[in-house]
Design a protein around this ligand. Structure first.
Ligand code: CJW
Length: 861
């Protein structure tokens, strides 16, 4: 930056050295009052909880700041190797509660607020979700950051600061309406703008050869239209360990010159248009979670993130190490969250060659040792491809580099399989055809030293299917890293009743070592413990019932079984199968088949991509079925159905603690992992599910007797699909036949003729890739088993406790240790010495800090 605003002055420690802020209720209350009255200018007449939230956010933020600084210093001083997580999405949700929990001051803050006549829970509710992601992939990134900070790993997240996050979903007569989520309309207390680290990102123009001073032929990217990337840093606190890591989010801003250039040329509207064009890049999150739609703005976003982040890391490197780039790969590692940021492979090559003067071979070695790629999907429509033509227009220099990478790579393929032209065509980074495309997954694989899937089955299927050729060439690159979730948010914070009960029995160690939950196993049949467990579940069900009443106007009775499916709406996730089962239950009630009935409350929620017509139709069907079922006096309390609008992180914090039965019913081989399944399990829900994604590992951990399994396996799915005859399945199953009759009769769309025709057709289609009809019978059987099991509350509670007790594997603390052991190879760095108080350390980290051999993170080779 050349602005005078950022002129450097001499270092001035007395500016920032201050005694640590106190964390006791008296001081917290004092600071709260200061912010409320003096900073926000509110007084006793202000009844808006929002300002109380803001004041508390400021109090907490101050405490984060000092730890954040010491963490930065600790990383700098230790000159440690670092990893960077590159992701187009971070679903952070709310920050206040999480920060308070991780600072270890839940009781202190509650007391301080109590003294002021306020309640922490109510304040926390006033915070808007930071919804900078679509679903599992974005939430996973947020859980990863939490675990890295807790493990004191020097990992920084890089992402985009979208002005508009994930759209808000409203329902109008059962139809999804999308509303903009202008989350930055309110002040965001959880970010710090750092214009002093602004980067410049190039677009457009052309590449041109030239000779440098030594006469070497080089390339440069000229006549570009640049965009500035301004970083906003978000603090990511570890759990009671003094560490605060950073998530750096980039905002796009027009450059002064190119504004002025057009302005001076007398084209004022042109200059404004150019400014808008630049700033559009970070305006909105694309609301697709499984199919790319080839919009050029999306490619701009991807490159913007990759380029700004890489330049940022390079700049820091140069400042400290000079132009000693030979050790860059030793000290830096980039984890690519799916192919979305995979431009980074070519961009790093460009920076190393064009800007740092490396040779191709040096640069390639550095890149290949630095990049690691995680795949999150097997769906072919989600595999990103960009038209070569678009690359040429937007990123011409990158396209040159991709061509060169591909040429050299295909030579390697030809050497390994001489004469196998078909294989070369299959493996080429450039897909030939009328509209040639860049296959981003192949670019990511070729440019990375590690390629991982996100659950055992998914990683296997990648190796045997989608990436088979690459696996044959480089088996050593491929590995699995089963997903997880952070138990800090997904148990300790969101289910405080269960947390307290668990901690009373086994201590608090599980908060940083989830495997300790296995100590609950011997208590699974303990009558007293069961009673307490049931009491907590009951309270959580009341809380969930209140949410459903407020949001859906449907009364859920807490004695009924709460049967929940919340996730993005997609055909492969089979919300349709769920609602067919609901119709079947309704049909049974109507025909009087209700002996030994288990009352059930079915809750479904999730957003459909705005352009995904079938997914929206499925929402409409769910809503219409709910309307009929809930208003039929013959049904009464036997069955209730609700679709909860605007499903998001903060809603899940109420939903998963109150759930009895977790629906994980995707067509086998389609859900890469799933992470909602883990949140439910941790909170003591039982799973009804297929052998798909991480369900398989959940069932392995908890035992088949504590899991309701149904459906075809991934292998069987392939076989059945070959000559699939849904009508055969429908005619062979009386229950399904009746369900289809009800649907076809228009029973759920009495005044809306034919609106469900496309759904009915899809079920009857021999080309239905999701095999809804094929799995119906076994799904109904598993549901019946679950219903019967629920009637034995003693048995059910036992299974519930065992599920929670067996969820240890599904902590992102474990996932991050796996990434670190096999991919990142970082040493944890403690930032403790500088902060006030005596934070409690998890045992493992205590050993590390106290100089014990760093077993947990030692290289195994
Ligand atoms: O990642 C989770 C998995 C889950 C998987 C999800 C995923 O479906 O099973 O638990 C964490 O590993 N999300 C995506 N792929 N896989 C995903 C997300 C956003 C996308 C996209 C794919 C956005 C676009 C395209 C594909 C786009 O162009 O906007």
């Amino acid at each position: 930056m050349n602005s005078t605003r950022f002129k450097k002055s001499r270092p001035c420690p007395e500016l920032t050295e201050a005694p640590p802020l106190q964390m006791d209720p008296v001081n917290l209350a004092k600071d709260f009052r200061h912010y409320y009255a003096h900073h926000l200018g509110r007084d006793k007449h202000c009844r808006l909880t929002h300002y109380a939230y803001e004041a508390m956010a400021l109090v907490v933020r101050d405490r984060l700041m000092e730890r954040w600084k010491s963490t930065r210093y600790a990383y700098e001083e230790s000159d440690c190797r670092r990893a960077y997580y590159l992701s187009l999405e971070y679903l952070m949700g709310r920050s206040l509660g999480n920060s308070i929990l991780n600072l270890g001051v839940v009781d202190e803050v509650s007391k301080a607020l109590y003294g002021l006549g306020l309640e922490l829970e109510e304040l926390a509710e006033a915070e808007q979700d930071a919804g900078l992601g679509n679903g599992g992939l974005g939430r996973l990134a947020a859980c990863f950051l939490d675990s890295c900070a807790t493990l004191q790993l020097p990992v920084q997240g890089y992402g985009i600061r979208y002005e508009y996050g994930m759209f808000r979903q409203r329902l109008d007569n059962g139809y999804q309406i999308e509303e903009p989520d202008h989350w930055l309309g309110a002040v965001n207390r959880w970010e710090v703008e750092r214009p002093e680290y602004t980067q410049r990102v190039k677009f457009g123009g052309r590449s041109e050869p030239y000779r440098d001073h030594s006469g070497t032929l080089r390339w440069r990217w000229v006549e570009t239209r640049d965009v500035l990337a301004i970083p906003y840093d978000v603090p990511v606190p570890g759990h009671q360990n003094g560490t605060v890591n950073t998530l750096r989010l980039w905002k796009a801003v027009a450059t002064a010159e190119f504004d002025l250039g057009e302005f001076n040329a007398g084209d004022y509207p042109g200059s404004v248009a150019a400014k808008n064009e630049a700033e559009k890049i970070t305006m909105v999150l694309y609301p697709n979670d499984s199919s790319e739609n080839g919009k050029d703005l999306r490619l701009r976003q991807q490159y913007f993130l990759a380029s700004a982040s890489l330049q940022d890391v390079m700049e820091k490197w140069s400042k400290i190490q000079g132009n000693q780039l030979s050790r860059f790969a030793e000290k830096n590692c980039f984890q690519l969250n799916d192919t979305h940021p995979s431009c980074a492979v070519a961009e790093l090559m460009r920076l190393l060659i064009d800007e740092q003067g490396m040779t191709w071979d040096q640069a390639w070695e550095t890149t290949q040792k630095t990049m690691a790629y995680t795949n999150h999907t097997l769906l072919p429509e989600a595999l990103e491809k960009w038209p070569v033509r678009l690359f040429e227009q937007l990123l011409p220099r990158l396209l040159d580099i991709i061509y060169e990478i591909n040429a050299r790579f295909l030579k390697q393929v030809a050497q390994r399989w001489p004469g196998d032209l078909e294989r070369q065509r299959r493996m080429s980074i450039i897909e030939e055809g009328p509209e040639p495309q860049v296959r981003m997954a192949y670019l990511a694989i070729v440019g990375s030293f590690s390629v991982n899937g996100v659950a055992e089955l998914h990683s296997q299927l990648l190796q045997q299917g989608l990436f088979k050729d690459f696996y044959e060439l480089w088996p050593e690159k491929f590995n699995n890293k089963t997903n997880g979730v952070t138990q800090r948010r997904w148990l300790a914070w969101c289910n405080q009743g269960l947390s307290e009960l668990i901690s009373e029995r086994i201590g608090e160690g599980w908060v940083t070592e989830l495997e300790q939950l296995s100590q609950l196993k011997p208590l699974a049949e303990d009558a007293e413990f069961q009673g307490q467990w049931q009491h907590v579940k009951h309270q959580n069900k009341l809380r969930l019932a209140e949410l459903v009443r407020a949001e859906c106007g449907v009364a859920f009775a807490p004695e009924a079984m709460f049967d929940v499916q919340v996730k993005r709406i997609h055909e492969y996730k089979r919300q349709l199968l769920n609602i067919l089962h609901v119709i079947h239950l309704y049909d049974r009630i109507k025909r009087g088949d209700t002996a030994n009935w288990t009352p059930r409350c079915v809750l479904i929620g999730g957003k459909a991509a705005p352009g995904y017509a079938m997914a929206k139709q499925i929402i409409k069907l769910i809503c219409n079925v709910a309307e009929v079922v809930n208003n039929d006096p013959a049904v009464g309390d036997l069955l209730k159905v609700a679709f909860i609008p605007n499903y998001r992180v903060s809603a899940m914090e109420v939903i998963c603690p109150g759930t009895d039965l977790s629906e994980q019913i995707s067509t086998a081989g389609k859900e890469a992992s799933g992470t909602g399944n883990m949140k439910f399990m941790m909170n003591g829900a039982l799973t009804i599910g297929t052998l798909d994604g991480a369900n398989i590992e959940i069932r392995e951990e908890v035992g088949s007797e504590n899991f309701f399994l149904f459906g075809l396996t991934a292998t069987e799915v392939e076989v059945v699909r070959r000559d699939y005859n849904p009508a055969g399945f429908i005619n062979a199953d009386e229950n399904l036949y009746r369900v289809m009759q009800l649907l076809r009769s228009g029973h759920f769309n009495q005044c809306e003729a034919n609106i469900f025709d496309s759904i009915i057709q899809a079920i009857y289609s021999p080309h239905d890739p999701w095999l809804v009809a094929a799995d119906f019978s076994s799904y109904v059987a598993a549901q019946q088993q679950a219903a019967r099991a629920y009637q034995d509350q003693h048995g059910w509670t036992k299974m519930s406790i065992l599920n929670s007790a067996a969820s240890g594997k599904f902590s992102t603390d474990r996932t991050m240790q796996d990434y670190n052991r096999d991919i990142w190879r970082l040493e944890p760095v403690s930032a403790m010495q500088v902060t006030g108080g005596a934070p409690r350390l998890p045992r493992r980290i205590e050993e590390l800090v106290n100089g014990e051999p760093q077993k947990a993170f030692a290289r195994t080779d």
